[in-house]
Design a protein around this ligand. Structure first.
Ligand code: IYR
Length: 229
């Protein structure tokens, strides 16, 4: 009789079963999911309407289902709704962004960003009811504070962020990927441990009442994929 458990390399493995669909169902489901995801837009203007903490917890739990190098799960999500903290983060982010836009970014970079309408004003850092700040763990900390190696940290945390963004969209909320640079000020403000580095900042909330996004288009399948059949 086959068992639902077996030992591999001395470690227990459990039988995994996933729901299976017919080709027809699979084509429909994959198309619907694509259509849903294709509605997602990065939104830079938020309503200050509250979003329940329970939702944010579910979004973060979803991000935490991401695969990671050697299953080290090298991520930490800081969810901030505290207005004083948000104001402090905005102030520090804008100080960096003013220098970025004025001196650190090349002419070419500014030209490339022009269609998106971004600038150093980061009002969304105060308006959005939540800021989720994603930290990567460049190394792990053992029980006695000893350093442990993490693997493929950027890939792992990047994947978790993708899943987080999908979960935010699925919940009917909006976000944008804000990458203030340099980002060390976030570790200081949030008093993060020395093994963490800020990776990405995602404001989360409802869009502002009448919101506009750039009229830009996604590459079509022919441009993003080559099939070898
Ligand atoms: N970090 C800056 C600049 C910026 C850079 C890129 I590449 C973008 O796609 C958008 C903005 C900022 O957040 O404004």
């Amino acid at each position: 009789m086959s068992s639902d458990k077996k030992i591999i390399n001395g470690f227990e493995h459990i039988r995994y079963r996933q729901e299976r669909f017919s080709d027809k169902e699979m084509i429909l489901k994959s198309r619907h999911f694509y259509e849903k995801m294709n509605e997602r837009r990065s939104v830079r203007h938020f309503s200050d309407e509250k979003v329940p903490v329970e939702v944010i917890k579910n979004l973060i739990k979803t991000a935490g289902t991401a695969p990671s190098g050697a299953h080290k799960q090298p991520w930490k999500f800081c969810a901030i709704s505290n207005n004083k903290l948000k104001a402090k983060i905005r102030e520090a982010a804008e100080i960096e962004e003013i220098t970025n836009y004025a001196t650190r970014m090349s002419e070419r970079w500014l030209e490339d960003l022009a269609p998106l309408g971004t600038d150093s004003n980061k009002e969304f850092l105060e308006t959005a009811p939540w800021l989720i700040i994603v930290f990567k763990e460049v190394f792990g900390l053992g029980e006695n504070g000893e350093k442990e190696t993490n693997y493929y940290v950027n890939e792992s945390v990047g994947i978790a962020c993708g899943m987080l963004i999908s979960a935010i969209h699925n919940a009917g909320l909006v976000t944008l990927t804000h990458t203030p640079s340099p980002m060390n000020f976030l570790s200081e403000i949030l008093e993060r441990p020395k093994n963490e580095r800020a990776f990405l900042l995602l404001p989360v909330g409802y869009p502002a009442e009448e919101v506009y996004v750039p009229n830009i288009f996604r590459k079509d399948l022919g441009e993003i994929a080559d099939f070898y059949l």
